[in-house]
Write a protein that binds this ligand. Structure first.
Ligand code: VG1
Ligand code: CO
Length: 542
């Protein structure tokens, strides 16, 4: 039996870069999650009798909201829901399930790399039938609906057991609880040369993978240790915890420092990797070299043909606008197109569906391909392992050779977290106001060539997304980009992206921040960061 519950709108349910993310106490207000889920169901068309995939990254509130979603799906007329066992399902695995079982869509419960726990973050995201994040057209419609919503429908049935694999019913709707790892592991075996990786590991190649007490633990254990033969202990922090052990499940040099230090130490493993809360991000570190996500995308693109799935070559490469232009140089050499999209994986979906791009990447530790419609942390690690196994060289050698061939794009992102929203908006507005006056101006050795507010014209559906970040391009090819985060849950975060291209191989071993010093000074000069935000240094440098 289902009931219709009257409700009133909340005015803060606008989805950000990747779904709706809020603090747990916001989500636990009466009707808050229900309103948003009903707004999704009211905005996605006719799903009567169809299948919905449901899962999450295991964080605090995951199980409760999964039960709510199941009961609301039943009351709203879905024919079936498929739920990851224990409520666990990584974001890329969810994308795979939607595609493989031709579901109508999926609901993913995650706040990704943000911390979890009773006072930390939670999130809800809708993915469409192609397995990818809902495009802006749909997220805008969901937001409009949240402003008017006056009722939601929910079944009065008992909770479903999430722990045993099998099928049951909620009213007329079928509920299938499935193994969240099996289909994903099978897909990885199809894409990569597991025999080559297995023998590379058997011959002594050592890897260390930090699952950061988040969702990739069970996936990495099964794939790296059970199927590829990495010794037990190669996967660290493999048990998903509701609060990620009190840490930020964010694979970068700040939050995955222990892994980084271990890989860099004398006698450390040959290769290290970490993934985020929901399993879509990756950080990769070779013994002796940290590989920036932008470089990783370029190197993977240049070598992808060494893995079975990509041996026929790439249709194209796509990168988000703030991601460095290292991949563009690879695309040029391969004679394929390179697309520049706004930040957020949802913008890659059309390019992948239209076979215009095969590999995609973001500077924020996100890489992926046309195998699913999300970025995919473990996939990136396995492609690296496949390439390392085939080339038989160290990661450091591969990176150095890449720079020698293509030049090096020195790159860094400076984040100013938790600044006042008004100050952040004021800073961006002031920058926008002076864009027209910047070309031709100089600062130290830099001359501004172009400055704009990035607008994306989707080549597939013709849609236009404006105000996607301020770009200042210099005559020597360097860039500074400014944008505000769309995933935070308190205050604002200013992101400053810095890039400098160096073709000269004798200058490829310099310290990144020193190399970028003039650009860092320019960013302060043009945006008045200290004056407007009161901050004289970033909180996170990656
Ligand atoms: C950040 C990253 C962006 C990424 C997004 C979602 O967004 O910059 O590249 O797609 O997070 O990733 P923002 O708006 O805060 O800059 V995840 O792993 O949080 O789903
Ligand atoms: Co994520």
């Amino acid at each position: 039996m289902s009931v219709t519950i009257p409700t009133t709108p909340f005015n803060d349910q606008k989805p950000g870069t990747s779904g709706l993310r809020k603090k747990v106490p916001v989500f636990t207000q009466p009707h808050y999650a229900e309103n948003f889920i009903q707004a999704i169901f009211d905005s996605i068309g006719d799903f009567k009798g169809k299948t919905l995939v449901i899962g999450g990254d295991g964080r605090y509130l995951n199980r409760e909201v999964i039960q709510t979603t199941i009961k609301m799906a039943a009351a709203n007329g879905f024919g079936k829901v498929m739920v990851g066992q224990g409520g666990i399902l990584s974001t890329p695995a969810a994308s795979n399930m939607i595609r493989k079982y031709q579901a109508f869509g999926g609901i993913i419960l995650s706040a990704s790399h943000n911390p979890g726990g009773p006072n930390e973050d939670f999130g809800i995201k809708y993915n469409t039938a192609n397995g990818g994040p809902a495009p802006e057209k749909i997220t805008d419609a969901i937001y409009e609906r949240t402003k008017l919503i006056d009722r939601y429908r929910i079944s009065e049935a008992d909770d479903v057991s999430l722990d045993a694999i099998g099928t049951s019913k909620v009213d007329d709707m079928e509920v299938e609880v499935f193994d969240p790892v099996a289909d994903y592991a099978e897909l990885m075996e199809q894409l990569f040369d597991f025999d080559a990786i297995r023998s590379h590991i058997a011959s002594g190649f050592r890897i260390s993978f930090d699952a950061m007490s988040a969702v990739t633990g069970p996936y990495a254990k099964e794939i790296l240790e059970n199927r590829l033969g990495a010794p037990e202990g190669s996967v660290l922090n493999f048990e998903p915890l509701e609060d990620f052990g009190g840490h930020h499940p964010d694979p970068n040099l700040v939050h995955a420092k222990a892994l980084y230090d271990a890989v860099m130490s004398d006698g450390g493993p040959d290769f290290g990797a970490a993934s985020d809360g929901d399993g879509d991000r990756n950080m990769v570190v070779g013994h002796g070299v940290f590989i920036t996500p932008s470089d990783s995308l370029a190197i993977l693109a240049a070598n992808a043909h060494l893995a079975p799935a990509y041996k026929g070559g790439l249709a194209g490469i796509a990168r988000s606008m703030p991601t460095s232009q290292a991949a563009d140089r690879v695309a040029e050499k391969l004679g394929i197109d390179c697309y520049e999209t706004p930040t957020g994986w949802k913008f890659f979906g059309n390019l992948l569906d239209a076979s215009k791009a095969t590999l995609c990447g973001e500077e924020s530790f996100g890489t992926g391909s046309n195998h699913v419609r999300e970025k995919d942390g473990l996939w990136a690690v396995l492609l690296w392992l496949n390439i390392l196994a085939v080339r038989g060289e160290s990661a450091l050698e591969i990176v150095r050779k890449h720079w020698a061939e293509y030049g090096r794009n020195y790159y860094s992102r400076h984040d100013y977290e938790g600044i006042e929203t008004e100050a952040a908006n004021g800073l961006m507005d002031a920058l926008r106001g002076k864009l027209e006056t910047l070309p031709g101006t100089t600062f130290r050795d830099l001359t501004v060539a172009e400055a704009d507010d990035f607008a994306y014209h989707d080549p597939v559906d013709g849609s236009i997304s404006r105000k996607q970040g301020i770009r200042i391009l210099f005559e020597n090819g360097s860039r500074v980009v400014f944008r505000l985060s769309g995933t935070g849950t308190s205050g604002a975060t200013l992101r400053v992206y810095l890039e400098h291209y160096e073709p000269d191989p004798t200058r490829h071993e310099e310290e990144t921040q020193e190399t970028l010093a003039d650009l860092i000074a320019y960013a302060e000069h043009v945006a008045e960061i200290a004056k407007r935000t009161g901050r004289t240094a970033p909180t996170v440098i990656t």
